[in-house]
Design a protein around this ligand. Structure first.
Ligand code: ATP
Ligand code: MG
Length: 601
């Protein structure tokens, strides 16, 4: 491609809309164009990158025996109602674009495809003889993200590879899951990324085991906790750890003490001169189940610890039966407005005790009359603890579970693991923290969707059985930007060779020099003919502008037909190292071919 003929516009200044380097660079170098919030046009250079990433993904998927398909983005609500996710996805997470068509049918734009694929399997797979089978697609997904940001990192329209496997048993699922683990490692390594597989929460998709693949970068939205020995790494949403030991309580007797102006753990610990580890903190949450039932949840946890809301959500889903709900539509710390809807009288905020009376709740048909009381593992072990008294300005000290306070019936682990905590597998290891960008996620779904949607096959004994399923996603467009986030410098992008839009750019410093033009034209033709994907910068611009643009755009190898031409040589500069060499013109093709082969092997 000739730059003089390409839609190629670079910007000198950082665009105001971008916060992180990769977003700024993709806009400045003319790769993407914002059309609306979280919606981008992929311009010619970007589309080539996306196709290269897709091709690597495709090759690794095909190598495992998975088959490529293309499913509709437009999906009927019936399937989502069968799986039970219509309400969660249109209301709770609100992430699905849904609307009514002219025939008054509800439809949506697919954020993911479990429902569609399960419907296909239900119709087409009858016998165990057809299993296992794994179908995948590379397709545009739609998600009405509440905070689209960072360009392609969190878009409302983006490209995903999603695959779904069907099995007769868990063992077969685990085999495919392990194959995907390996295929994903291969893909990300081939794309030139530094990444880390981590244990992950399964979220609204559901199921048992799941693992995410994180590209390590400071701008990552996820926090990863890991140990130096390499034996543990998890998303903080999922991470577990050993908390530090609680200090023995200095209080021996149960009594109520006046503690003026101590609504926080810090003010209270200072006032009583005690450790936060001796305090039981009681955090009030408001959960709304998918049947519309509001449940007030009181979580007692050790004063120095925080509640991990992902873990809490999972616990609430487990006990959903008690309230006639399957999933949660919302989990919030109720603010003054929210409290007005159910509080029978003003709450003793900041001074709440584990025994907060149910009379505080004005029950209705959709507000459960009792607090759901949970105690975290860290708080259940405390004795003679300090906690609220339900009276503003007062706390109790020296309290015990089973004595002054009834032990809540639910003992849970909803504690946030933190950097510096000791690891569960080896207390001599402490958790370290890093930021990551989630580029892939693999799940063992089990029978959640097949059971809900009645998707069965006939086994060897002639019995109808639900499919055992897995699903596997790669954020193709997010991955492309993550590569830039990990590979750039002050002057621009440094594409990993395997996913660069072009391998090389031939620059003519002076377009009124016939020799320079002739040499460049020949190199341009020879390189392309030899399979080295090459751009020609034949624009009527100053050499300095062309060099700057080549660096900004991040093409791995720059060939300059400049002064050394008179010695039969050209200058070849490597973008990553800025290392410059003079190479005889007739060795350029073979040299670049070798470099590319080395860089992509
Ligand atoms: P996140 O936690 O970042 O919102 P997710 O866990 O909801 O992502 P999955 O359902 O696991 O995402 O989707 C598979 C992959 O698709 C993710 O690993 C990610 O790389 C990509 N992805 C998800 N949401 C977006 C988005 N809004 N924009 C770009 N890529 C996305
Ligand atoms: Mg995910």
């Amino acid at each position: 491609m000739r730059l003089s003929q390409m839609l190629f516009v670079t910007l000198r200044e950082d665009p105001a809309e971008a916060e992180i380097p990769s977003h700024k660079l993709l806009l400045r170098a003319g790769y993407i164009r914002r059309i609306a919030s979280g919606v981008y046009g992929y311009l010619p250079l970007m589309w080539r990158v996306l196709q290269k990433v897709s091709q690597i993904v495709r090759e690794e998927m095909n190598a495992t025996g998975a088959q490529e398909v293309l499913l509709p983005a437009l999906q009927p609500s019936e399937l989502w109602k069968e799986s039970g996710r219509w309400d969660t996805y249109t209301q709770a997470e609100g992430i699905m674009f849904a609307f009514t068509d002219r025939q008054k049918r509800e439809v949506s734009l697919g954020p993911t495809h479990e429902e569609v694929i399960t419907a296909i399997a239900r119709d087409m797979i009858r016998s165990y003889r057809q299993l296992p089978v794994h179908l995948y697609q590379i397709q545009t997904k739609f998600r009405d993200e509440i905070r689209p940001r960072f360009g392609l990192m969190r878009g409302r329209e983006f490209i995903m590879k999603d695959g779904y496997s069907f099995h007769t048993n868990e063992e077969s699922l685990k085999q495919t899951y392990a194959d995907m683990d390996q295929a994903y490692r291969n893909m990300f390594r081939r794309c030139g990324l530094e990444f880390r597989p981590v244990e992950a929460d399964s979220g609204a998709i559901g199921g048992s085991g799941s693992q995410e693949f994180m590209v390590l970068a400071d701008a990552g939205e996820d926090e990863i906790l890991f140990t130096e020995d390499g034996k543990y790494s998890a998303n903080t949403e999922k991470a577990v750890s050993r908390p530090m030991e609680a200090e023995p309580s200095s209080f021996t007797q149960f009594e109520i003490l006046e503690t003026p102006n101590t609504p926080t753990i810090e003010t209270l610990a200072n006032f009583l001169k005690c450790s936060p580890t001796q305090i039981v903190k009681n955090v009030l949450y408001q959960a709304v189940y998918d049947n519309g039932m509001t449940v007030l949840v009181l979580v007692s946890i050790r004063g120095d610890q925080d509640v991990n809301e992902v873990k809490l959500t999972n616990e609430l889903v487990k006990v959903g039966d008690r309230f006639g709900g399957k999933t949660l539509l919302a989990l919030t710390v109720p603010d003054a407005d929210a409290q007005q809807k159910w509080a029978a009288k003003p709450l003793p905020l900041g001074y709440i005790s584990p025994a907060l009376e149910d009379e505080y709740i004005a029950a209705t048909k959709s507000v459960h009359p009792k607090f759901l009381r949970m105690v975290d593992q860290t708080a259940v072990e405390l004795t003679h603890f300090v906690t609220g008294s339900n009276q503003s300005g007062y706390h109790t000290v020296g309290g015990n579970w089973g004595k002054e306070f009834a032990k809540p019936d639910l003992v849970v682990d909803v504690r946030k693991a933190r950097p510096g905590n000791r690891a569960v597998h080896d207390p001599s290891q402490t958790l370290q923290s890093a930021r990551g960008i989630e580029v892939g996620h693999i799940f063992q779904l089990g029978t959640k969707y097949s059971k809900a949607m009645g998707a069965t096959y006939t086994n060897e004994q002639g019995e109808e059985k639900p499919f055992v399923m897995g699903c596997y996603g790669v954020g193709v467009s997010r991955l492309a930007q993550a590569a830039v986030e990990q590979n750039h410098d002050r002057d621009g992008i440094i594409w990993p060779v395997a996913i660069a839009p072009y391998h090389a750019i031939v620059v003519i410093p002076n377009i009124s020099d016939a020799d320079q033009i002739a040499a460049a034209e020949k190199l341009y033709a020879d390189l392309n003919a030899a399979g080295v994907e090459t751009l020609l910068d034949d624009r009527d611009e100053r050499a300095g502008v062309k060099f700057k643009d080549a660096e900004l755009v991040g093409i791995p190898y720059r060939v300059v037909t400049g002064r050394s031409l008179k010695d039969g040589k050209v200058e070849v500069v490597q973008r990553a190292t800025k290392d410059s060499q003079e190479i005889p013109v007739d060795e350029v093709v073979s040299t670049l071919k070798q470099w590319i082969a080395d860089a992509t092997s």
